[in-house]
Design a protein. Structure first.
Length: 226
């Protein structure tokens, strides 16, 4: 096996592992274990913490939120740990930021398109926060700050998530993060916004539910918030 093939093999294994970490169906398992329900058939239909909050309860929602964030932390730590604990010759050092970015996106994609749930899932907000904090804690703090301010004003989780997604790429640029991280910020932000496209439509119509209020029957299972 040539060095390049070996490098690509190790890289592929790391990215696939990051996807599998992101795919762990935390919200789905919470619904099954605590209420014996398929969370995708209740509330907004999402497996994210917000739907768990509305459908199962506050405590489970907090646990799901933390675990989903930790999935992102674990995905990035997997790449960084590989470089720390193995022979540096296994992968070029210059590949590290790019592999971190790919693993981050793989984990986010895994949360929203879980292999264990027939490629369904949540909106990837919590997992995104986990990977962002691990990649750059100043960007993570800034993103959470933007999210918190918009949530305090609007009481709309999806709008706050969209604002945070937009903030990531700007903060990556302002903090002079590696180019791979900047490109990740743009790609991940666009992906999260696309995942919220139905929420955007409801925000424009003025029908998007605020936190603490029940979903309108008009909000379909296929287009719910995270």
């Amino acid at each position: 096996m040539t060095p390049m093939v070996l490098n690509l093999t190790w890289s592929g294994l790391l990215v696939i592992s990051a996807y599998l970490l992101g795919s762990l169906p935390t919200g789905y398992l919470a619904g099954r274990w605590l209420k014996d329900i398929d969370i995708r058939e209740h509330g907004s239909g999402s497996t994210g913490a917000t739907n768990i909050l509305r459908t199962v309860g506050k405590g489970p929602a907090v646990v799901v939120l933390l675990i989903d964030a930790l999935k992102g932390v674990a995905a990035i730590s997997l790449v960084n740990g590989f470089y720390t604990l193995t022979d540096v010759s296994l992968l070029p050092l210059t590949w590290q930021p790019w592999l971190v970015a790919l693993a981050a996106f793989a984990a986010i994609f895994g949360h929203s398109k879980s292999i264990w749930l027939n490629f369904t899932g949540g909106k990837s907000v919590a997992t995104s926060i986990g990977v962002i904090f691990t990649m750059s804690w100043p960007v993570g703090l800034g993103t959470v700050g933007v999210f918190a301010v918009v949530l305090a004003i609007s009481r709309i989780v999806s709008l706050s998530s969209i604002a945070g997604a937009i903030a990531v790429s700007l903060l990556m640029y302002l903090t002079k993060a590696p180019l791979a991280y900047e490109l990740f910020g743009i790609a991940a932000g666009i992906y999260v916004i696309i995942r919220h496209r139905s929420n955007i439509q409801r925000i424009v119509r003025g029908t998007e539910p605020q936190i603490g209020k029940p979903l309108s029957p008009a909000v379909s299972l296929e287009t719910g918030t995270d």
